[in-house]
Design a protein around this ligand. Structure first.
Ligand code: FMN
Length: 162
């Protein structure tokens, strides 16, 4: 999933490349539902009436062997919408010890690192098994770096495409 909600997102494009280079036997599905999630509110959770977008998000996670997140850095951190999506599954557990690959599509390699560090910190709160963590700069080596990240994710998740 992409941490960016904008239509012309470079992180969304990175995920499309990841889909294309995924090895045979591995299906990479784009999840675009974080835009529909309400702000996390423990009272909603406690009330037991879980909103449909939250159910969809939790099901998408439970039904997958691993998660790949490509996200921009906003204000030296991770985007609020992405943080909100993680907050919704901290208590319910779908990310617990999950294999999660993280990266950021950036114009130059120096960008995006603070956002990824913040994202990694949040994911460590659920003991996610992190893969990658470096930004990927647009340019001639872009596809190769995405391919290497997907391969590392597949390997860590011990999927048949490895
Ligand atoms: C509100 C806002 C805050 C941003 N803050 C940062 C930042 O702190 N550091 C950074 O390197 N880039 C920052 N950027 C640039 C984005 O990370 C960059 O445009 C990114 O490529 C957007 O990803 P996308 O194309 O997938 O939407 C910011 C952009 C916006 C709109």
């Amino acid at each position: 999933m992409s941490g960016s909600l904008q239509r012309a997102s470079s992180n969304h494009r990175l995920l499309e490349v990841a889909q294309r280079v995924a090895p045979a036997g591995v299906a990479l599905t784009l999840f675009d539902g974080i835009r529909d999630l309400p702000h996390f509110d423990p009272d909603i959770e406690a009330g037991g009436d879980v909103p449909a977008p939250v159910v969809a998000w939790r099901r998408a996670l439970s039904g997958s062997d691993a998660l790949l997140i490509a996200s921009p850095e906003y204000g030296h951190s991770l985007p609020g919408a992405l943080k909100n999506s993680i907050d919704w599954v901290i208590g319910s557990g779908e990310l617990e010890r999950k294999v999660v690959g993280i990266t950021a599509a950036v114009p130059i390699a120096e960008r995006g690192r603070l956002g990824l560090a913040a994202l990694a910190g949040t994911l460590r709160a659920v003991r996610a098994r992190l893969v990658g963590g470096a930004p990927i700069a647009r340019g001639p080596d872009f596809e190769r770096h995405v391919t290497e990240l997907v391969a590392a994710l597949v390997h860590e998740a011990e999927l048949p495409g490895d």
